[in-house]
Design a protein. Sequence first.
Length: 237
Amino acid sequence: MNVISICQPHFLPWLGYFNMIYNSTNFIFLDDVQYNRRSWQNRVHILDNHNLQKKKLISLSVVDYHQKKRINEYKINKDNLDYLKQNFYQSYNQSKYYSKISDFIIDCVEKNINASLSELNISLIKLVSRYLNLNLEYDRSSKINSDQKKEYLIFDILKKKKADLYLANDGSLNYADNRFFEAKGIKFQNHSYTHPIYDQFIKKKKINFLSHLSIIDILFNLDKDSEYVVKKFKLKF
């Protein structure tokens, strides 16, 4: 069965994003949508080192924000590199796998510091997917050449990629549901992901679990054992 997921390339997204990749035959990055600085395109939660029971939001900045562009047109600010180093260090420097994980994440950011926001995000998602042994077969909406909008864009992509089933994230439900796609001959399933619990530490102290953080949180805490957690939720179609 050809199971296709379609999602914007988020910045170092949460566990559920990677589980959706795991459950997909083909993953399509919506890389040519409008930039929204209050979305997961450029920001994510990590642990707050100043408050052991709170999340901290970190955000990438882009160049020439006042111009209306798509996420594959915006360049990221080079100051983001030091900003990320500082925030990773503050929140995770005493975690067991801090040096190992921060090195390869920051190295990827450094190599893509002149790239677009979407390209940086895709590069990071590909990097983490390889590290977790996820079979990321992907494409970009910018290369599929559709002039449709919203649910009709999704349907056009699904049709061109010969999808049997559309595995949709919660964001997709804002403008389309199963009836729209099934009426057009494509099965629909919502990716209703139950967040697993794993051991989290700040300053070598175990804390009460906080969910929906960036994938880097579990990597800093579990390293390669993160693969088991990501793959724990396998869907049946």
